[in-house]
Design a protein around this ligand. Structure first.
Ligand code: NDP
Length: 270
């Protein structure tokens, strides 16, 4: 049976085994997908051993995405742009291919929820790994602009400088003057129930606010956006399922049905 893993540290709360087993069952595929906590100094050895025993692929999560990028012998353009890998595939000739499906998962989720990106003004709050991973897939949707803002402004400047696009720019949190159609919170602030230090009027200008974080209730960022009258607020659960679906497609050459898995996961959260 083909074997897959999600690797991270910690990994206990990972929903990936449930998601991939659901995909396997809905597409009539037989495979094994498990989660594995790997010690910080064991990542590379673990990957080599898993490949040696016939593993077909891995999802990679915190804190190993950059090390997965380094271990890959071939990288997709979106993995290169992200500087991080969340999907490793082991080919029959022994090549390790690295991809990053996080940004695609975000875009798929937005489109599934009928949020148009084309010709829209997009604001990304945050300049960490998740922001880096979603810039190329978002640019491919031809927004009119993407502005990146971040608590540590130098990181936003650095991130924007890595892409050759006239649609992309950065701005300090305190000096955002534009109005935006779509605002994506890619900071980890919601995980500690904090809001990015941004003026209410900027948030209120959006028609949709998206938070990559998710939980059993709306994040503080999405509650804030709701209170400010933003029409649509979306959390990152669909992005999670979307990135998994894209990994599954890479490995199994079939795109699984996402909506029913999302409903089941949502029910598990509440
Ligand atoms: P990183 O650690 O790489 O980046 C964290 C970012 O959050 C930085 O820009 C940091 O700013 C900012 N930040 C942290 N705390 C605050 C705060 N209190 N106020 C303002 N900004 C803050 O994390 P990732 O980019 O990997 O992940 C970010 C979020 O995205 C997490 O919540 C993660 O769970 C989520 N995520 C969700 C996925 C999904 O499938 N739904 C997939 C991947 C990520 P600074 O540079 O100033 O430190």
């Amino acid at each position: 049976m083909d074997k897959y893993l999600v690797i991270g540290n910690p990994i206990e709360h990972s929903k990936s085994p449930f998601i991939h087993q659901s995909f396997a069952s809905s597409t009539n595929q037989t495979l094994a997908y498990e989660k594995k906590k790997v010690e910080l100094d064991q990542f590379e050895t673990f990957i080599q051993n898993f490949q040696r025993i016939g593993g077909k692929g891995c999802n990679i999560t915190v804190p190993f995405k950059e090390r997965a990028f380094a271990i890959a012998q071939e990288l997709t353009p979106r993995a290169k742009a992200a500087g991080a890998v969340n999907t490793l595939s082991f080919t029959d000739d022994g090549t390790i291919i690295g991809d990053n499906t996080d940004g695609q998962g975000l875009v798929e989720d937005l489109l599934r929820q009928r949020i148009t990106i084309r010709d829209k003004r997009v604001l990304i709050i945050g300049a960490g790994g998740a922001a880096r991973g979603c810039i190329l897939p978002l640019l491919e949707q031809l927004p009119s602009s993407i502005t990146v803002t971040n608590r540590t402004f130098e990181k936003a400047q650095q991130l924007v400088s890595e892409f050759d696009s006239s649609q992309l720019s950065c701005s300090e949190l305190s000096s955002l003057t534009n109005e935006f159609d779509l605002i994506i919170n890619s900071t980890s602030a919601s995980l500690s129930n904090k809001l990015p230090d941004i003026e209410s009027r900027v948030i209120a200008s959006a028609t949709c606010c998206y938070d990559m974080a998710y939980g059993n209730e709306p994040t503080c960022f999405l509650r804030w956006a709701d209170e400010l009258g933003v029409q649509k607020t979306i959390d990152g659960l669909g992005m999670l399922v979307g990135q998994a679906a894209e990994s599954f497609r890479i490995w199994r050459n079939v795109y699984p049905e996402v909506a029913s898995v999302l409903v089941e996961l949502r029910a598990q959260l509440t």
